[in-house]
Design a protein around this ligand. Structure first.
Ligand code: RRO
Length: 308
């Protein structure tokens, strides 16, 4: 079974990789992904300075989901500038996720990272967990301005990680921005921001930062993720490839993301919970689903969803 994917001219040995944020901060964690069956190494979103992130508890699972408010813990971009050439020796694409607290920071980080030639750069416009910093992906004008500036300095394929949208007019608007800014791929979706999980035994929130509000991940967000993959797929018609993220626990879930229009997928909560063996399991499960459907490759399933 051929599970390879092509995103913006880069070949991925399999279409299943980690999501930015999941076990991908340190050199050790990134090397573990390099040695695993993951189809790429995706870094944690990096900022200008190294960060410890928010106070704990800041990641908790609950039935069928997770909530996090990590607060961008990462080594600072200069450490990843040193690490990326080493990560490339694992012979699979390296995707550097870039964040920033203002446009100039995004520019500084993206330029320095671009000079190390990762295979792709993913611009994170959708972190929900920073007090006083709304998600840029919800401000279409600011997002367009930032992506335009970044496009001028980034030479490798540049994509963006988007928050979930809940109204078709927002999908229309963002799709137009993406095309105008010549974005090479999108990863949809980031966590569903500012959810609230309550522990009824203790009468408390389950995480500490931001009064308990945090980004939701895991199985419960799959329909929102699929909707965003489908909505962008219908609008972009293959001109900008899509990486589907959200709620993937089984090969069947990956198949649904492919049907909706994703060319590849990223695994967040399930990777955190299960470790790197999740990639072997998902690969086997996806191959079995595709075979049952009479398909020879993952690519054949992309965008085949039929409406009733
Ligand atoms: O570090 C985080 O709190 C975080 C980030 Br940057 C993100 O993009 N999405 C998320 O759920 N958490």
């Amino acid at each position: 079974m051929n599970l390879a994917a092509d995103i913006a001219g880069i070949t991925f040995p399999t279409c299943i990789m980690n999501a930015a944020g999941a076990r991908c901060v340190t050199a050790d964690e990134l090397e573990t992904i390099g040695r695993s069956r993951a189809g790429a190494i995706v870094t944690k979103s990096m900022t200008r300075e190294a960060r410890d992130g928010n106070p704990t508890p800041r990641y908790v699972t609950f039935p069928h989901g997770s909530i996090n408010s990590m607060g961008l813990p990462n080594l600072g971009y200069q450490s990843y500038v040193t690490l990326i050439p080493h990560l490339k020796t694992f012979k699979k694409p390296v995707i550097a996720s870039v964040a920033g607290f203002n446009p100039d920071e995004f520019l500084e980080i993206a330029s320095a990272i671009d000079a190390t030639h990762p295979h792709l750069i993913e611009i994170n416009l959708s972190c929900p967990n920073l007090e006083g910093h709304p998600q840029i992906g919800y401000d279409f004008e600011a997002a367009a301005h930032l992506l335009n500036r970044l496009r001028k300095v980034v030479t490798c394929p540049m994509g963006t990680k988007l928050p979930p949208y809940f109204d078709p007019v927002h999908h229309d608007h963002m799709a137009a921005v993406l095309e105008r800014c010549r974005v090479d791929f999108i990863s949809v979706i980031n966590s569903v921001g500012n959810g609230l999980v309550i522990d009824p035994d203790t009468d408390t929130t389950v995480i500490t930062p931001k009064g308990g509000f945090g980004g939701l991940g895991g199985a419960i967000i799959k329909p929102v993720a699929l909707a965003n993959v489908r909505a962008f797929s219908l609008r972009l018609q293959g001109r900008i490839p899509i990486i589907g993220v959200g709620g993937i626990e089984t090969g069947q879930d990956i198949y649904e993301h492919l049907l909706a229009g994703a060319s590849a997928v990223q695994i967040g909560t399930a990777f955190v919970e299960e470790g790197e063996h999740v990639f072997d399991r998902l690969e086997q499960e996806l191959a079995a689903v595709l075979q049952k459907k009479g398909l020879q490759s993952a690519a054949e399933a992309v965008g085949r969803l039929e409406e009733l």
